[in-house]
Write a protein that binds this ligand. Structure first.
Ligand code: SF4
Ligand code: SF4
Ligand code: SF4
Ligand code: FES
Length: 949
């Protein structure tokens, strides 16, 4: 795509639902929706009115006075950005008087601005420079000697951008972007008149302020006052490619702006339907890992894991992989091998890995990391509604009246969606939060939860059933909806169950720790407050009753009629960028793409015909079962694409034992991860910047990933899988990932209308995209459920086997922080470490005092499974009896202490509940002290030394 800066129409669009208004601008007739500004109306017909303080993703402000126009019959010169069109209006934008006024305004700005355009980093990409040209300013009458701001200091504290107030024109676009778009309210205009200046926080630098480094202010700034450090270092971009973020399930799309072959910056794409022009610190700035020195670029093999790695050619690595898998299958049987797909990789790559296993290995031993996060979502929503996915698009939140967040922390985990949610909350939507921890949304600038129900970890089902108890016993359910859309008999069974007195808020209060009055209040609000939308996260799924909790949520939504239209629904906030897609593509051992069971003869016949081999009708092994089978000596080889199961899966000791028992472990990844310590083959992976494909976000939205640079390792990941497949004799001949998607579409009814051409045409598609819905399906279950009648499921509360007691009196729960992603393999290799250099344990002041622990102390954290050491933060964010940590740093090894209890239906591990004890410690254990340094050192040296031999 050739370089074009994005068109800025100056002000936001008016709702297209209003009547059209006809007016005349510079003698030309134009029709625009009512509520459109004169500036936008002119821009739509191709006339650019000079502007500085206006930009089309912010409310008009009217402060710079550059956009003045003349309106017939109106005195003075109104600002076109704040003047709405009226019927019959006659506007002139280019008169001599206007030119002179605008020139005068620009003179004032320029007289207090450094005259260094030619050496300025924004030269050629600066609106101030453009406007000076547009108004024909050639010199400044006032001179430059008077009072000015030209000696102010630069703030370079943020790792990714600088603030140079000498370049600031105090247009307040940055302040408004932080307030309106991001919702953090970190910036203010300090002082008045000539003395006014932009300030982060309480006259702090950006890094120590409330700023979360989303970059919205940098994007909004019309000068180089706020500018990316990389633009200063590399220069302004000359071309752009639209692609999709590879971090989280929000699925923000970006313009990857390039200078030659070098990536200069990622700028959120205004037309992106998931992010609408916004981003978080990870997608916007944390892509430097692609060039990190620890990235492995050459394949390596070794005959046993106590040997050093040996760099080899791609040919040798691929041939070795294929021969080992064939040898092991010949020796131990067809089912002695398997593979793991990655939610970080594209749909096409995931589809190929599961095809490799089903077609090439001849079994169904394929699983995915969704096993450890959202597998209960798939099970629960399929059972109740008939589709293993969320029901809405992100835009839907704009129409919600009551938002219920369960076990999710969107401001950290799904920040761009959180910003949209906060905007709706600031407009007056009500908020209910079910979370053991006081997350940011419980109280943040201009947002406060109406109810925070701080339940004890592990009691989700009891609490949701108590909410249902109130809705049913107080007659707040939607009988019409239930009779029309659901199975009434199942509803009757369910309502009888939830109505029992032992399920009342009062009866479960001792169990959950939540005040009964709050439960009643929250239930009434959700049931009667208008459109009720539920958003949930891993705090729901990663429990022994994860699937039951998902079904309990679905029951609530059906009982209150909150499904099948905008503003309502049940919405899992998916973790990784392509966790939805990995599940859709057939990564589970019992399902082909599109969630069709492997035992279904018709579906199997379809795939057998396409792939030319008989396929196994028996479901394969899940990840924990593969590891069990390995320690039992019957499972011998594993192909792992883009996953670090040693770090991400529960009970590290068990994972290590399983991997150690295998004869061939193949790891395909960017870096030598922890799992690679047990690998025999390492195949270097490619980053999302280096390949074509698609990701599917939490809204079921399929979006293009476009190659912006050649793969540094030589191949895209899909090509590597194809090489392995062909070494096994499968004869694949995909020339481009679009052909893989074409195959998916041929074999998967819900993807029937998905193709790269359709994605390019529509920008993105939310599946199902079928003959009936060729442009996709933003809202599911309109008029009827995918399964027919909605199914109410009785969800009896069964306490987890993981119990507190005298030895382990506290409950540990885990989560993520904004600046890092999962096990941190990528974000730890960027400047994001500035915000979170280590994992900390949050503990309530009372629990800390009882143990003689002070803020910042090192503590030992012990469970029945293991022990680790980390430092504490004393905070009332967690309730007494609950402790909390993140799991982004391998030196902490938080999963050493998690147990292997798991969801009854899907084996999703119970990460969110571990009974622990916390006690003072002298500091990190010896292995932790030297862990990172040693690991890095030894990996680099091993690889380099052996390569040189
Ligand atoms: S920093 Fe940029 S956006 Fe903010 S007030 Fe100054 S010029 Fe405007
Ligand atoms: S980077 Fe984001 S959070 Fe920080 S000041 Fe700018 S807009 Fe606000
Ligand atoms: S990490 Fe998530 S919220 Fe942040 S930019 Fe990427 S997709 Fe968007
Ligand atoms: S752009 Fe209209 S007043 Fe600044």
């Amino acid at each position: 795509m050739a370089w074009t800066g994005e068109l800025d129409l100056g002000t936001k669009p008016a709702p297209v639902t209003g009547p059209m208004v006809s007016l005349t601008i510079d003698g030309q007739a134009v029709d625009v929706p009512e509520g459109t500004s004169v500036m936008r109306a002119a821009a739509l017909m191709g006339t650019t009115i000079p502007k500085l303080c206006a930009t089309d993703n912010l409310e008009a402000f009217g402060s710079c006075r550059l956009c003045l126009v003349e309106v017939e019959g109106r005195a003075g010169y109104p600002a076109s950005c704040t003047t709405p069109v009226t019927p019959g209006m006659v506007v002139r934008t280019q008169t001599d008087k206007l030119k002179s006024l605008r020139k005068g305004v620009m003179e004032l700005y320029i007289s207090d601005h450094p005259l260094d355009c030619l050496t300025c980093s924004a030269n050629g990409d600066c609106e101030l420079q453009d406007m000076a040209g547009a108004v024909g300013l050639r010199d400044v009458r006032y001179g430059y000697e008077g009072d000015n701001h030209l000696h102010a200091e630069k703030d370079e504290s943020n790792p990714y951008f600088t603030f140079d107030s000498t370049k600031c024109i105090v247009c307040s676009r940055c302040v408004r972007a932080c307030d309106e778009v991001q919702g953090t309210f970190a910036l203010t205009v300090d002082g008045r008149g000539f003395g006014s200046a932009i300030s982060a926080g309480q006259k702090q630098d950006f890094l120590s302020s409330e700023c979360v480094s989303c970059g919205a202010c940098v994007q909004a700034c019309p000068t180089s006052a706020l500018i990316e450090k990389n633009v200063i270092a590399v220069g302004t971009p000359d071309r752009a490619v639209v692609t999709t973020c590879a971090y989280c399930g929000v699925g923000c799309t970006f313009r990857a702006e390039m200078r030659g072959e070098e990536l200069v910056r990622m700028v959120p794409w205004k037309d992106g339907k998931a992010n609408r022009g916004h981003s978080c610190v990870k997608g916007r700035f944390a892509w430097g890992y692609a060039n990190h020195k620890e990235r492995v670029l050459n394949p390596m093999i070794r005959s046993s894991v106590d040997q050093p790695w040996r760099e080899v050619s791609w040919d040798e690595a691929i041939a070795y992989t294929a021969s080992e898998f064939r040898r092991i299958q010949a020796q131990y049987g067809t089912r002695a091998v398997g593979g793991i797909t990655s939610s970080r990789c594209t749909n096409e790559e995931t589809f190929l890995v599961q095809k490799l296993i089903r077609q090439g290995f001849g079994n169904n031993n394929v699983d995915t990391c969704a096993r450890v996060c959202h597998s209960p979502t798939g099970y629960g929503l399929k059972t109740t509604f008939g589709t293993s996915a969320g029901t809405q698009d992100f835009d839907s939140v704009q129409y919600a009246d009551v938002i219920m967040i369960i076990g999710a922390n969107p401001t950290d985990g799904h920040p761009v969606f959180a910003s949209r949610m906060k905007r709706r909350l600031r407009q007056g939507a009500k908020l209910i939060i079910l979370d053991p921890r006081r997350t940011d949304l419980v109280r943040s600038p201009h947002v406060e939860a109406d109810y925070h129900l701080p339940l004890k970890p592990g009691t989700n089902v009891a609490l949701l059933t108590a909410i249902a108890h109130v809705i049913v016993t107080e007659g707040l359910f939607d009988e019409t909806f239930i009779r029309d859309r659901c199975d009434w008999d199942e509803f009757a069974d369910w309502s009888a169950f939830v109505s029992e007195p032992e399920r009342s808020p009062e009866a479960i209060e001792p169990l959950t720790g939540v005040k009964a009055a709050d439960v009643r209040g929250a239930a009434r609000l959700y049931a009667t407050g208008g459109n009720g939308a539920i958003y949930y996260g891993l705090g729901v799924t990663e429990h022994s009753q994860g699937s039951s909790t998902v079904m309990a949520i679905a029951n609530l939504a059906m009982a209150t009629g909150n499904l099948g239209r905008e503003g309502v629904g049940v919405n899992p906030l998916r973790g990784q960028n392509n966790v939805q897609g990995a599940c859709d593509m057939g990564s589970f051992p019992h399902e082909f793409s599109g969630y069709r069971h492997v035992s279904d003869g018709e579906t199997r016949a379809l795939f057998e015909k396409a792939w030319g081999v008989p396929l196994d009708a028996e479901p394969g092994l899940r990840i924990p079962n593969m590891l069990d089978a390995a320690t039992d000596g019957v499972f011998k080889a594993l192909f792992i694409q883009g996953e670090d199961i040693l770090q991400s899966d529960p009970n590290t000791h068990h994972v290590a034992a399983g991997l150690a028992a295998m004869e061939c472990v193949v790891v395909q990844d960017l870096f030598l991860n922890e799992t690679a310590n047990y690998a025999h083959v390492f195949l270097p992976g490619s980053t999302f910047l280096e390949k074509d494909g698609t990701f599917t976000n939490a809204e079921r939205r399929i979006q293009r990933v476009r190659k912006v640079m050649e793969p540094r390792n030589g191949y895209g990941d899909w090509e590597i899988v194809q090489l392995v497949a062909n070494a096994l004799g499968l004869g694949w001949d995909y020339a481009h990932p679009s052909q893989i998607m074409d195959e998916v579409a041929r074999l998967t009814p819900t993807f029937a209308k998905v193709s790269y051409a359709a994605l390019d045409e529509h920008g993105s598609l939310q599946w199902p995209a079928t003959d009936a819905m060729p442009a996709g399906t933003p809202t599911m279950h309109i008029g009827g459920f995918a399964r027919g009648k909605g199914k109410f499921v009785v969800t009896d509360y069964v306490p987890t086997d993981e119990k507190t007691g005298p030895r382990f009196p506290l409950l540990l729960t885990t989560g993520r922080i904004l600046s890092h992603y999962n096990v941190g393999a990528q974000t730890r290799r960027t400047d994001n470490v500035a915000w979170h250099p280590e994992d900390m344990l949050e503990i309530h002041p009372q629990d800390a005092e009882n143990r003689g622990i002070r803020d910042g102390d090192w503590v030992s954290l012990r469970s029945r499974a293991g022990e680790t050491t980390l430092r504490v933060t004393i905070t009332e964010r967690v309730a007494p009896g609950v402790v909390y940590t993140t799991f982004h740093h391998p030196a902490t090894q938080a999963n050493v202490i998690t147990t292997d209890y798991s969801d009854w239906a899907t084996n999703c591990p119970e990460y969110k509940v571990t009974a622990v004890q916390v006690s003072p410690s002298n500091g990190p254990s010896d292995w932790q002290k030297s862990y990172e340094e040693q690991a890095r050192h030894s990996r680099r040296i091993e690889a380099v030394v052996v390569a040189a031999e």
